[in-house]
Design a binder for this molecule. Structure first.
Ligand code: NAD
Ligand code: TYD
Length: 334
């Protein structure tokens, strides 16, 4: 099996590459990544010498390049995206370019090269925001995206479904909740707070800190995608969740406790505009049909994550200082 993985130098994509190379040592992987601010080849340092792994620097919206790469593979697993809500609020043009045009370019290449199998990694944010007692999102929840990020992901999901219905493209989609774990870029809540606390800095809690997310350990997410791409589930969508609804204050308190810090490290800051109140996932479909459920509970996962950031200070300190970009120059002359 030869896989084209897009966005493999990012957080979830790099975890997925590690997962696949370990579990299927005979699979071949091509990782197509533009190395935006979020792409970091240090995430894949230990795969660099592996003859089954190849990195290609490029844009998923580059039709010529994408066509050449898709021709050579059996399947596309599509992670590449602009992924940070706050950045999409400041400027969303790159979100439209990558999440909408990039996904369309990949779908065209999959269609034009013998209808290649296509798995699209998406988010629960396409479903909008829940009130405290609303039932959790499931595969039939109507789309109601509320940030430029989630709107661009919703557009990409619709395109993927359109290619299934119109061209019989063998697609699947997964909509997952907030991931956390190793290699998570320190602009998102959990890695930002852990690294700030390791630096003895305060943590910026938006608004009242009562917004709720469901948290999924990244390895559990990789295991779910592994099942989806290996089962006959063409045309299906799966919601993937971690069974761990927490508000941001709860997470902050768990982190303060784990890291031996007190509440003086919390700084309440101005809220994010249009801040979604709550996300929650009902994952009974993937549990029933594919036998998947999360294995890592939140307390274990958070502990493992804190340990990882403690033991990999070099990795995140370079990112926080901006120095990590030099690695590309040294390794690839770019
Ligand atoms: P990330 O921001 O860490 O990584 C994105 C990767 O895509 C980076 O390596 C970046 O260089 C690459 N990329 C961006 N634009 C590109 C382009 N035009 N061409 C090629 N590569 C490009 O993101 P992540 O957190 O790993 O998310 C991966 C996928 O999972 C995304 O599609 C995201 O929407 C989805 N998702 C993420 C979460 C989460 O909690 N992180 C939750 C639900 C869904
Ligand atoms: P984030 O990690 O950006 O993921 P998403 O917005 O995609 O869910 O944010 C998770 C939650 O944490 C969200 O409610 C916003 C909040 N948050 C803060 O309170 N402070 C921060 O500095 C960040 C980045 C997020």
């Amino acid at each position: 099996m030869k896989l084209l993985i897009t966005g493999g130098a990012g957080f979830i994509g790099s975890n997925f590459i590690h997962y696949i190379l370990k579990k299927y040592p005979d699979y071949k992987i091509v990782n197509l990544d533009l190395l935006t601010y979020a792409g970091n080849l240090e995430n894949l340092k230990d795969s660099e010498g592996n003859p089954n792994y190849k990195f290609v620097k490029g844009d998923i919206a580059d039709a010529k390049l994408v066509n050449e790469l898709v021709k050579e593979v059996d399947m596309i697993v599509h992670f590449a995206a602009e992924s940070h809500v706050d950045r999409s609020i400041l400027n969303s043009i790159s979100f439209i370019h990558t999440n909408v045009i990039g996904t369309h370019t990949l779908l065209e290449a999959a269609k034009n090269n013998g209808n290649k199998r296509f798995h699209h990694v998406s988010t629960d944010e396409v479903f909008g925001s829940l009130a405290p007692n609303d039932p959790a999102f499931n595969e039939k929840t109507p789309y109601d995206p509320r940030s430029p990020y989630s709107a661009s992901k919703a557009a990409s999901d619709h395109l993927v479904r359109a290619y299934f219905h119109t061209y019989d493209l063998p697609v699947t989609i997964s909509n997952c909740s907030n991931n956390y774990g190793p290699f998570h870029f320190p602009e998102k809540l959990i890695p930002l707070f852990i690294t700030n606390l390791l630096e003895d800095k305060k943590v910026p809690l938006y608004g009242d800190g009562l917004n709720v997310r469901d948290w999924l350990y990244v390895e559990d997410h990789c295991a779910a995608i592994d099942l989806i791409i290996h089962k006959e589930s063409i045309g299906e969508t799966y919601c993937i969740g971690g069974n761990a609804e927490k508000n941001n204050r709860e997470i902050t308190h768990e982190l303060l406790k784990l890291m031996d810090k007190n509440e003086s490290f919390i700084e309440f800051v101005k809220d994010r505009p249009g801040h979604d109140k709550r996300y929650a996932i009902n994952f009974s479909k993937i549990k029933k049909e594919l036998g998947w459920e999360p294995r890592v509970n939140f307390t274990q996962g958070l502990k493992k994550t804190v340990e990882w950031y403690k033991n990999n200070q070099d990795w995140w300190k370079k990112i926080k200082s901006g120095e990590y970009k030099d690695y590309y120059k040294n390794q690839y002359g770019k």
